[in-house]
Design a protein around this ligand. Structure first.
Ligand SMILES: *Cc1c(COP(=O)(O)O)cnc(C)c1O
Length: 324
C-alpha cells in the first residue's frame, strides 16, 4: 500500500530559453509532496505496532500525518502553537485529528508533542528529519525515471528543513545504480531570504543555524536544515538560490494565472527563478549552462484565493507582476 499517488510531469507551456518540466506534487491527495515521506514513515510505524501518531506541525506535515493516520486507522494528535491559523486547525479536524493548541512557537509545541509520545504505543512524526521520510520522498525520483526520456540537468526544490532535498538526493543516488546518467543531476535549493537555512548551512557547515525566521513562506521556516540535506554535496553540486517574499508571492500569482493552480509561497519561491531567468539562472555562472530543468511543484494547503489576494495587496502585486 502506498498513500501517495504518481503525479504528472507537465511541460512549461510557453517559449522559454530553458526546457522546463514541472513535477506536479500539488496534486497529491494532501496537496503537497509531504505524503510521500510522512506516509511512508507512518505506514512503517503502524506496521511496527505504533497505535497513536503525534505531529507537532501546524502545516503540511501535520496535515499529511492526520491524513495518513486516518487511512491507516490509527488516531492522530497534532500539537500546534497558538500562531497556527484557524483554517489549518479546521483542515486537521476534518481529517479526524485531535488538535491541541500548545505554546506560542513551534519549539514549545514540539516539546509538548515529545512528552505525549512518552506513553506506550505513541510515536512522534517529525516533519523532515527521518531516514524513512527521505526514503519516501525518494519515490518522486523513481517516478521520474519512468516518466522522462532523459534526466534533467538540475532539479529545483524549495527547502525548509531539507527533507525534500535529502529525499531527492537519495532517489538520485538509487536511480544512478540503474542508469549512471542520473548521477549527473544537480540540485538547486530555493529559499526566501528570511528562511535561508540551507544557504547558511552550505556556507558555514552543519552546525550553522539561523537566529530567527522572517518570511511569508512560513513552510520554509526551519532554523537549520537536517544533516542529510547537506550531505547531498557529497554526491553532486547543490546550489542555493534566494528569492524575496515579493518574488515568492509573484510566483504564486503567475502560476495561478498560467496553470490555474493555487500553491503556497514556499512553492511560489521555487517557481520564482523560472519567471526571472535573467536574474536567477543567467546571472550565475554555475547555472547558466543548464538547458533542461525540472521544478518540483511542492504545493501546500496554506493558501486560498482570499489569502493570495491579501498577499498580492501587501506586496503591491495587484497587477500580478513585479514592477522593477
Ligand atoms: C514541507 C514543505 C516544504 C519544505 O520541505 P522540507 O522537507 O522541510 O525542506 C516546501 N513546500 C511545501 C509546500 C512543504 O509542505
Amino acid at each position: 500500500m502506498t498513500l501517495h499517488i504518481q503525479t504528472p510531469v507537465e511541460s512549461w507551456p510557453r517559449p522559454h530559453r530553458l526546457h522546463i518540466q514541472l513535477k506536479m506534487e500539488c496534486f497529491q491527495p494532501v496537496g503537497s509532496f509531504k505524503i510521500r515521506g510522512i506516509g511512508h514513515l507512518c505506514e512503517r510505524l503502524v506496521a511496527d505496532g505504533v497505535d497513536h501518531l503525534v505531529s507537532s506541525s501546524g502545516g503540511n506535515a501535520g496535515f499529511a500525518t492526520a491524513w495518513a493516520g486516518r487511512q491507516l486507522g490509527v488516531p492522530v494528535t497534532v500539537v500546534t502553537p497558538s500562531s497556527t491559523p484557524q483554517v489549518v486547525c479546521d483542515w486537521l479536524r476534518g481529517e479526524k485529528a485531535e488538535v491541541l493548541v500548545h505554546g506560542s512557537d513551534w519549539a514549545e509545541a514540539n516539546d509538548h508533542a515529545c512528552r505525549l509520545t512518552e506513553s506506550n504505543g505513541a510515536a512522534l512524526v517529525h516533519p523532515f528529519d527521518h531516514e524513512l521520510i527521505w526514503a519516501g520522498h525518494a519515490s518522486l525520483v523513481r517516478e521520474l525515471t519512468s516518466q522522462l526520456d532523459s534526466p534533467p540537468d538540475a532539479i529545483v526544490v524549495a527547502v525548509g528543513g531539507g527533507g525534500l532535498l535529502a529525499g531527492i538526493d537519495h532517489g538520485l543516488v538509487t536511480a544512478a545504480e540503474q542508469d549512471p546518467r542520473w548521477a549527473e543531476v544537480d540540485l538547486i535549493g530555493v529559499e526566501t531570504f528570511g528562511a535561508a537555512s540551507l544557504a547558511k548551512g552550505l556556507a558555514e557547515g552543519k552546525d550553522a543555524a539561523l537566529d530567527g525566521i522572517d518570511t511569508v513562506a512560513t513552510t520554509l521556516g526551519a532554523r537549520q536544515v537536517c544533516r542529510r540535506a547537506l550531505q547531498a554535496t557529497d554526491h553532486r553540486a547543490v546550489h542555493s538560490l534566494l528569492v524575496n517574499d515579493k518574488q515568492a508571492i509573484d510566483g504564486c500569482v503567475k502560476f495561478a494565472n498560467d496553470r490555474r493552480v493555487l500553491v503556497e509561497p514556499s512553492c511560489g519561491a521555487a517557481l520564482a527563478p523560472i519567471y526571472d531567468d535573467v536574474n536567477f539562472f543567467q546571472s550565475k555562472q554555475a547555472l547558466a549552462d543548464y538547458h533542461d530543468i525540472l521544478v518540483v511543484v511542492c504545493g501546500g494547503i496554506g493558501v486560498n484565493l482570499h489569502q493570495l489576494k491579501q498577499w498580492q495587496a501587501q506586496f503591491g502585486l495587484d497587477e500580478g507582476t513585479v514592477k522593477t
